[in-house]
Design a protein around this ligand. Sequence first.
Ligand code: SF4
Length: 425
Amino acid sequence: MTAMPPARGCGNAPVLKERGQREVFCGLTGIIWLHRKMQDAFFLVVGSRTCAHLLQSAAGVMIFAEPRFATAILEETDLAGLADAQDELDREVARLLSRRPDIRQLFLVGSCPSEVIKLDLGKAAERLSARHAPHVRVLNYSGSGIETTFTEGEDACLAAMVPALPKTQARELLLVGALPDVVEDQALALLDGLGIGPVRCLPARRADDIPAIGPETVFALTQPFLGETHAALIRHGARHIAAPMPFGEEGTTAWLAAIAREFGVDAERFEAVTAAPRARARKAVEAATRTLSGKRIFFFPDSQLEIPLARFLTRECGMEAVEVGQPFIHSEIAGPDLALLPEGPVISEGQDVDRQIDRAREARADLTVCGLGLANPLEAEGLTTKWAIELVFTPVHFYEQAGDLAELFARPLRRRAALKLEAAE
Ligand code: SF4
């Protein structure tokens, strides 16, 4: 049931620590997938027109749907301290909630401007929660580019929810991380097949299904970027089940196996439940592996998914990792994936973008995974790139998505090969 570690993994590999200019989206981006997940939540960004534009363009698809996020624009008078932004925020929230009785959770999301003027959103959330309870719970977190990279927005949001969760003494499994409903349902079906339950999810789809936590809660992360949430859950008595992330056949099996061990599931039942989807996943990955095998890959630190993805691509798709950069390396979360990643790549934490661009140019890997801002210039230099942000917008977890995950990396390589062919003709 356990994934075999390589003779020499990256568990104790030296980490190149970089502290310099970063090239990543801010944590507001997380609202795009969080608002889809939490169906009765509303995200009110307290920010500038720039923040509003980011959300509008990133979430253009929302034009025809009832929006579940908005930006309360801080005007120049607020920024200059000439108006009482707290009073305006109270009025804005009262207007919103009277118009939208369907809202059960309201997140006040901090931004660069609200942080620069030190607008205390924690105080605002407390005051507004008292005013609008019990129907609406008001919480706050920061999505500012000063404090967060793009996946840290989800981490900050979930961490903010933890102290407000109800308490329980029940032994329950908590799955932590916002997954598309269809993917979450697949995970729940597998766990149910293994006889593991009750299982709760954070975030829950609706406020009425919010999980409770306590000393008998054990939790498994489905996303590797949830360091603050991990710490908050442990502070509130829950226990973490450390495991590789459920990417690919091997990652999913190792993730399920760690939970199965915790709940005493026997090997026979584990095999019976996982054999068919494992075979399907292996077969689906195989198709992309024909393109990926033997190719070199370089990761800029961006989505925080880099280490588990490098593990999947090297072990299941035959790729060679040259550099694996991650914004932060949280040893308890990244450790199981690092131990499985074969020795060889530079493991880097943080970013000094110019130095890393130099290394990427020198490496000239077959595929470079990076943010949108770097992709076009690197493509112009003849490198083939993959946008890291696609990895959080596309369903990639668990067995049934393993083939799609591998395909996300194979596609740009095929496109580049096709372009070369055209140019040669
Ligand atoms: S929070 Fe900061 S980085 Fe993000 S859109 Fe607003 S101003 Fe830009």
